[in-house]
Design a protein around this ligand. Structure first.
Ligand code: HSE
Length: 345
């Protein structure tokens, strides 16, 4: 039996295009193997334009338009003048894929989009960290009230299943500490600096490769990793963290001399996110740390992320994988949809 899922995409940047590429290549495979017929019925992008077709838009054609013209404004009858709210209300989609830009101060406009969609009975898949880091308890309440699911796999380590794996298989083992490299941009920059590049050109490369946030200060000052620590602590440790609870600093003060000094001691700098339960409460931090070369996290290079779950029953379990990227984050949405499918059947 096949179930059809109609997606409305808010935002059609790297992640939306990555998702379209995956659907263009893998639609038949996903349908045959997992019983999901995933169709994009609407796309709304503030700058690129809006299109909708209740029967489903061809993802390859969406990508061809972006490639050729840089926007979605040449679809004739399929173009709409819908904004995000009208897209949610009018598209007939049953899953909102929220890919608007991340705002770690208010969570907007994504927070409003997902609230509206859930109150309209739509499931959510979001890679946007803002609403999840700032408003997760409220989102869960609204989801429960409306009997809908929220998928957030892409908020931490892109499509590497850090959250689903932990929720489904590691929580029973008793997670007592989580520590990881949770930001690809900074890991990439530190690696390039170790290889001799200067900070500014390494950051520029990370931006060109699509790893960095729209405002890369969020990466290099540690706020992006801090948002992920909040998400991990709240989802997996039943904490009620806010960004203000994270003892946070970044890599923007690390110099070539610091890198050389670490290397002289067989160490390298890594930006490490930690959340740990203690006898009196918790530790939650993002800090640049010098790790010995033989530390598990010291070997993680480029934009790759890694996370170590310390559990009562199993000791340490480390997951290594992509933490950013077009296809890698687009894939997280496929995982969310498969989870929604599993939980609703
Ligand atoms: N800017 C983020 C990073 C993207 O570099 O890891 C993924 O959250």
């Amino acid at each position: 039996m096949t179930t059809q899922y109609k997606l409305a995409l808010i935002g059609f940047g790297n992640v939306g295009q990555g998702l379209a590429k995956i659907l263009s290549d893998k639609h038949s495979f996903l349908k045959a193997k997992f019983g999901v017929d995933i169709r994009i019925v609407a796309v709304c992008d503030l700058y690129k334009g809006s299109v909708a077709d209740a029967k489903g838009l061809d993802p390859a054609v969406l990508l061809e338009h972006i490639e050729a013209r840089g926007d979605l404004k040449n679809f004739g009858d399929l173009n709409t003048d819908w904004d995000a709210s009208e897209t949610i209300a009018n598209s007939g989609a049953d899953i909102l894929v929220e890919l608007a830009y991340t705002d770690l101060e208010t969570g907007e406009p994504a927070f409003s989009h997902v609230k509206q969609a859930m109150n309209n009975g739509m499931h959510i898949s979001m890679t946007n960290k803002g609403p999840v880091a700032l408003h997760f308890p409220e989102l869960k309440r609204i989801a429960t009230k409306n009997n809908v699911q929220i998928g957030i796999e892409g908020t931490v380590m892109s499509g590497t299943p850090a959250l689903n794996l932990a929720c489904e298989m590691l929580l029973p083992a008793g997670i007592i500490k989580i520590q990881g490299i949770l930001n690809g941009t900074t890991n990439y920059i530190l690696g390039e600096m170790e290889a001799g590049a200067d900070y500014a050109s390494a950051l520029k490369q990370a931006q060109q490769l699509g790893y960095a946030e729209a405002n890369p200060a969020g990466d290099v000052e540690g706020h992006d990793a801090a948002a992920k620590v909040v998400i991990l602590g709240n989802l997996l440790m039943d904490l009620s963290l806010t960004l203000a609870d994270i003892d946070c600093s970044g890599i923007n003060n690390i110099t070539a001399a610091d890198i050389a000094q670490a290397a002289a001691n067989n160490q390298r700098w890594k930006l490490i996110g930690t959340v740990e339960k203690t006898a009196t409460g918790y530790i939650a931090a993002v800090k640049a740390m010098m790790l010995d070369y033989d530390h598990t996290l010291a070997a993680i290079s480029g934009a790759t992320n890694a996370i170590t779950y310390t559990t009562e029953l199993m000791g340490d379990i480390t997951l290594i994988g992509p933490g950013a990227g077009r296809l890698e984050t687009g894939y997280a949405i496929i995982e969310d949809i498969l989870s929604i499918h599993k939980n609703c059947h």
